[in-house]
Design a binder for this molecule. Structure first.
Ligand code: FEO
Length: 397
């Protein structure tokens, strides 16, 4: 990844790998790093960069940009998105090329001025507007809230490349190849779904609108601003976005518990045993205190059933379970089965809070709802086992 990479006719990847940032948005873990993909298209009349990268990656980005430009000036910067992981080096580009023109939509411009003090040499585009570079006609389409209000995508009519920005993006730095046919599908799909569940999922209904808007384009490649570049599985990737944004999921279950002394964990394990007895074999058991939230959210988006079990903490939900419930209410998954259970010692509270959560999240609730005093006995564990069996059987109907 140390050089610019020619990824289509006159089209260059000038992105960078980031293995130093441990939390994306200071929230989501990056065990496999993350890539900020940026691009350059060199036409016969003009050159255009499509997005930049995060600020600290200055040297590496500029080296690659200069390789791609091969002595030509940079004429345009297409600002698909103003979030600083893509817009981090806009001021530096302006310093290097004072006549550079900045292309964005009406919602881009206040952010461009706010972050970089730039309000001149701007070109405001709207849906369907085009920029002719000579041999490459770039067309623009706004995709508001994917994942900021000013987000847009750029389509090269000549090559059929969709520069999709955050849409179709994934976590994970590039190890070796940058294209989908150079990577294991299981790797890029998992990291793309984790990105979807954490960054995009809240706006799933808007993804559906965007997919319809883009459906008329003859897309041959999808080059997002994070993760894998797609040239082999384009239809498959669009189908995945369609599936995830329609809240379609697979048979399997995520069981998450909050437990201080292991009693609620034993209840969760009994739910898992019930799921296995109902022949559900893809089951993920997570300790909410220790498991990474982004992986829990990824698997909740992937599977049809969720079981949430919490001990009571100061009369309320256990804090890490409260955090998970809040993140789920923010994303509002649909078409899933939900099981809940609580435990308590000196005051009830967890199950009542989970019942209130269940009312709000509007998933299909599965019985029973065990509420267990102190440590679970065999009868209590049998109730939890039944909850697992019932969740499993609900998915089989
Ligand atoms: Fe990758 Fe919304 O920025």
């Amino acid at each position: 990844m140390y050089n610019a990479i020619n990824v289509n006719k006159d089209t260059w990847w000038v992105g960078v790998n980031d293995h130093e940032t441990d939390l994306f948005e200071s929230l989501w873990s990056l065990p496999n790093g993350v890539a900020y993909n940026a691009y350059v298209v060199t036409g016969t009349n003009a050159t255009a960069a499509i997005d930049t990268v995060k600020g600290p990656c200055f040297d590496e980005y500029f080296n690659k940009l200069n390789q791609a430009l091969n002595g030509h000036d940079l004429n345009y910067l297409i600002v698909n998105h103003m979030e600083p992981d893509h817009a981090g080096l806009i001021s530096q580009l302006k310093n290097r090329w004072p006549n550079l023109k900045f292309v964005g939509n009406a919602k881009t411009m206040p952010l461009l001025k706010g972050y970089h003090g730039i309000s001149e040499n701007t070109i405001t585009v709207k849906d369907g507007d085009a920029l002719d570079l000579g041999g490459h006609i770039l067309k623009f389409a706004t995709v508001p809230m994917l994942h900021w209000p000013e987000s847009m995508v750029t389509f090269d009519e000549t090559t059929g490349v969709l520069f999709s920005n955050d849409s179709f993006g994934g976590f994970g730095a590039h190890d070796g190849g940058i294209f989908d046919d150079q990577k294991l599908k299981s790797n890029w799909e998992d990291e793309m779904l984790r990105y979807y569940a954490t960054i995009v999922a809240k706006y799933s209904n808007i993804v559906q609108v965007a997919l319809k808007k883009l459906s008329g384009l003859k897309i041959k490649n999808i080059f997002p601003s994070h993760g894998t570049l797609f040239r082999d599985n384009v239809k498959q990737v669009i189908d995945l976005y369609d599936k995830w944004s329609k809240y379609e999921s697979e048979t399997g279950a995520v069981v998450v518990y909050g437990s201080m002394y292991g009693n609620t964990r034993r209840m969760a394990e009994a739910v898992c045993s019930g799921l296995a007895a109902a022949k559900i074999y893809d089951v993920r058991l997570y300790d909410s205190s220790r498991a990474d939230m982004s992986f829990i959210l990824r698997d909740i988006w992937k599977f049809k059933s969720i079981a949430l079990l919490s001990c009571t903490y100061n009369t309320l939900l256990y804090p890490s379970m409260e955090n998970l419930c809040s993140k789920l209410l923010n994303r509002m998954p649909k078409n899933k089965f939900l099981g809940i259970a609580g435990s308590y010692s000196w005051s009830k509270g967890a199950l009542t809070a989970l019942q209130a959560f269940a009312e709000k999240i509007k998933l299909t609730k599965i019985e029973p709802e065990p509420e267990i005093y102190t440590a679970p006995n065999q009868t209590d564990l049998q109730q939890c086992f039944e909850l697992g069996v019932n969740l499993g059987e609900a998915m089989s109907k």
